[in-house]
Structure formats: C-alpha cells, structure tokens
Design a protein around this ligand. Structure first.
Ligand SMILES: [Zn+2]
Length: 343
C-alpha cells in the first residue's frame, strides 16, 4: 500500500471533482448514490431485480469524513449474491463479490464515440485537423488503457483488450452490453462539479444479459461500463497531454480517463492521496502520476492502484505478487472479506 500518512496531510482540494461509481456505500462517504435497483432507463422488471446499476456519485461529503476514510486505500465495488437463488444462479456464496471484468484474450473491449462537443469545444487537442484530433484522442485512450493493462503481477494484460473501436453517434453510451466512452452525451448525472463519471451494470447472478452482451458466467461480472465526459459546461474543458501545457485551465484528459477506466474495471475510490483512484481530479493544467512511457506504461498509476489491480485481477502464475483471491479466503474463514480489503 502506498503511504497512508500522506492522506492525512492538509491539502487544498481542487474545486472540481470526479464523478464515480459506487457499489456499496461505505462509511456514508458517498453522496448521491442511486438507490439499489434504481435503474429507471433499464428494460424490464426482471432486469431491475437482477441487475444493479451503479451510477454517478458526488463526493462532497468526503470533505467532512476525511479523517474517517483516510486509512483506506484501494477499494472495489461489490455485489452481494442472493443465496436464496439456486446455486447455479447465485454462485452458492453469500460473501460480497468484487465487481470485475471477465478476463480472457480480447475480453475487455472498449469503443468510443467520435462525436465531440463543439459548443463549447470541450476536448482540446494539439492537432486541429479533424483526423488528427481523433487520432490524438485515441492515443490518449490507448495510453490510459495501457496504464491498467501493463501492471506486473496482474492477469489484465494488453492481450485482454479487444480492438478499440470508433462509433459515430454522440449518444452511444447506454445499457447495451458494450463498454463505451462518450465525449458529447448529456446526462442528468452532470451536476455542478462533475467532470466525468462511469456508469456500470454488474450481474449479481449468473445468466444475466444486458443488450448484445453474452449472459454473465460469474457473479460480480461487469456487463456494461460507460464513461461519460461532461460535454456542456463551458468551465469544464479537457486537453490531451499534447495540448495541456498550452491550455493550463483545462483538465488533463488522460488522468481523468485513466481514473474512470479504473471504475470500469471495478474500482471504487481510494483515500490514498497519490492514487489514480483518489476521487479528486488533479488541478487544471496538471496530471496524476507520471506520463506513461514505452518503458513504464503504467507510470500514471500509484502503488495503491497497482496493488488493488493485483488483488482484483491477480496473476496465478506470478508467485511474487500473487494475492489470495477473496473468494477463497471468504469460503475458508467465513467472510473476512471486509477485513482483507484493508490489507
Ligand atoms: Zn471516480
């Protein structure tokens, strides 16, 4: 874990906040989480009963609870199976399950909408040509994905990624079973101060299907994760790394996207100051961590993020960094799941 003492230092918080996702409200730190099962735009009552929609959260209360949450590093969104269902549906355990992507070759596919807001123009790039703008933004997406897929000791690797696809509709984010990044899609979650958020749909049973996605094979499996960037606030401008220095009032697109991808992978927020999953965005004109390089593509992440990733997507072949799965320890010792989370 990264040094937790750092989280106790006084800090002048950036004004703007990340939106985020939150599966289980812990310590009352989340403000604005949707009620369980509050999935107004989902189809069908049965889906309401079996799918949790983890929606945007504000974090204003984190100020007041800072001393309470300071000891907690990385954390995950979690789902509690309903053991009243048959074992083949519930998985047979009542322990909370960390939400996660299904990991296998090409299993984590992401698409992004090439529709960009022009009034205001919210994504600033160095290359102003239409083709150049898209290529520059796509490079940011690839580098942000690369931060999470190049952590040693994790089973999430570059081969876990599906092809990065482009789609044209602005409103491409929705409950369709596809992981999508949208830069020009309005949403009611964009309350003042929210720069971006991730909306995740997770299966709390086996056999749940969302849109065109395959039925879930595991409890806690993330079936749809969509990342929204605020498209309509003239005070909220994002810049690619190449354009950031020339636009010091813009927020670093790469840092925000890397953070939101953490939510798409199952992370909740971390109270560790230096962590990518710390819920406050870096100040305008600055970025989180260090820029990725070919030698260190996971540079933007902190050790807290890396440790969390190894827990969530452990590499069973890595004897040095392997972390026992929570599922195993849960069954053996009757759910010390919450305790392990803080190790
Ligand atoms: Zn967040």
């Amino acid at each position: 874990m990264a040094a937790e003492a750092a989280t106790l230092k006084p800090r002048t918080f950036p004004r703007k906040l990340f939106g985020g996702t939150c599966g289980v409200a812990k310590l009352g730190e989340w403000n604005g989480i949707a009620p369980s099962g509050s999935i107004g735009d989902e189809k069908g009552k049965s889906m309401r009963e079996t799918v949790r929609k983890l929606t945007a959260t504000g974090i204003a209360l984190l100020y007041g609870l800072w001393s309470v949450v300071a000891a907690h590093g990385y954390s995950f969104n979690q789902i509690v199976p309903d053991v009243r269902d048959p074992v083949g549906v519930s998985g047979g355990s009542a322990c909370p399950v960390a939400t996660h992507q299904l990991i296998g070759p090409g299993s984590f596919a992401v698409q992004w909408s090439t529709a960009l807001s022009t009034n205001p123009q919210t994504i600033l790039t160095s290359d102003q040509t239409p083709t150049g703008r898209l290529n520059e933004i796509e490079q940011v997406i690839q580098q942000s994905l690369g931060a999470w897929t190049n952590v040693a000791g994790s089973s999430l690797t570059p081969s876990s990624l599906g092809p990065l696809a482009r789609v044209t509709p602005a409103n491409s984010c929705g409950s369709d079973g596809l992981n999508t990044i949208c830069f020009d899609q309005p949403d009611m979650a964009f309350t003042p101060g929210v720069l971006a958020f991730t909306r995740v749909i997770t299966a709390d049973a086996i056999g749940i299907q969302v849109g065109s996605g395959a039925p879930s094979t595991q409890v806690g499996q993330i079936l749809d994760a969509d990342i929204y960037f605020n498209p309509s606030d003239s005070n909220v401008i994002f810049a690619t790394p190449a354009a950031l220095s020339a636009n010091p009032k813009a927020y670093d697109l790469e840092s925000l996207l890397t953070h939101e991808l953490g939510h798409a992978l199952g992370f909740s927020h971390s109270a560790v100051w230096s962590a990518m999953m710390f819920p406050f965005a870096p100040a305008p004109g600055t970025f989180t961590g260090t820029r990725p390089t070919a030698q260190k593509p996971d540079g933007p992440l902190a050790d807290d993020d890396r440790t969390g990733l190894r827990v969530l997507y452990g590499d069973p072949n890595d004897r040095h960094t392997r972390v026992p799965s929570r599922g195993v320890s849960c069954r053996r010792t009757r759910c010390p799941c919450q305790r392990r989370q803080r190790e």
